[in-house]
Design a protein around this ligand. Structure first.
Ligand code: ADP
Ligand code: MG
Length: 235
């Protein structure tokens, strides 16, 4: 479903050009659980932004389900992102004044109907039901009306995962999802990812600089200086 061919990304800065990605060719099939591992500055987040249709490559092509999204404009990128992709970040990015339910329901408020999808956008009751279901899936049924300040780091990340799941993405991209968590709580988040990947056909890509986090995936792609230097099954 993901098929990149020699994609590059060059940032222009006041101090000159930065070649963040220098030609990455990557194929990921539906339902895979993959990690992208590399040291800080190697281009991981840049690759995630391209795979997640947040940005376009400088050169190369990206076929997502056979469509060449590398040529898409911002509106087209937003639409396909909305339709297919969920994101989880290191810093959770929850709205502090909103409880877990409202944080998870929020993406549905801005959601455009998928191409070919019948019916109107979800109303308030439908949004709430979908948010409850997503929070149930991440094990937070007893924390739905808590605001982020009343939740632990691991619980906040579960809310963020539920917020990604509520849109039923085909691909979930997680950038250093355990980076702000201690190792025990981080391992629980990785257990949850593994369970979601096994129970659904959701493609899961976890980005990390930590070898033990990467090893939880079934396949590990290593990236150095903007190049994929190895691609192997986790042992
Ligand atoms: N928006 C940007 N503008 C300029 N340079 C950037 C930008 N984003 C990332 N970079 C540079 O691109 C390189 C790769 O960054 P990044 O993809 O964030 O790496 P990683 O996530 O592996 O730490 C780094 O040298 C970084 O400084
Ligand atoms: Mg990064």
């Amino acid at each position: 479903m993901i098929d990149t061919r020699d994609i590059t990304k060059t940032y222009e800065t006041p101090h000159g050009r930065v070649d963040a990605l220098r030609g990455v060719t990557l194929r990921v099939e539906r339902g895979e659980f993959l990690s992208v591992m590399g040291p800080s500055g190697s281009g991981k987040s840049t690759l995630m932004a391209l795979l997640g249709c947040l940005d376009s490559p400088t050169s190369g092509t990206y076929l997502l389900d056979g469509r060449d999204v590398s040529a898409f404009d911002d509106d087209e990128l937003a639409r396909i992102r909305n339709e297919k992709i969920g994101f989880v970040f290191q810093t959770f990015n929850l709205l502090p004044a909103y409880d877990a339910l409202a944080n998870v329901a929020l993406p549905l408020l801005y959601r455009r109907p998928h191409i070919g999808e019948a019916g109107a956008p979800p109303d308030r009751r439908a949004r709430r039901a979908a948010a409850e279901e997503a929070l149930l899936r991440v094990g937070l049924e007893d924390r739905m009306t808590h605001v982020p300040a009343q939740l632990s780091g691991g619980q906040r990340q579960r809310v963020a995962i539920a917020r990604a799941l509520v849109q039923r993405p085909e691909i979930l991209l997680a950038d250093e999802p355990t980076g702000n968590l201690d190792s025990k709580v981080g391992a629980e988040i990785l257990d949850l990812f593994q369970q979601l990947n096994e129970e659904t056909r959701m493609t899961l890509i976890v980005i990390t600089h930590e070898a033990d986090v990467a090893a939880r995936a079934r396949r590990i792609v290593e990236i150095r200086d903007g190049l994929a230097v190895s691609d192997h099954r986790a042992s």
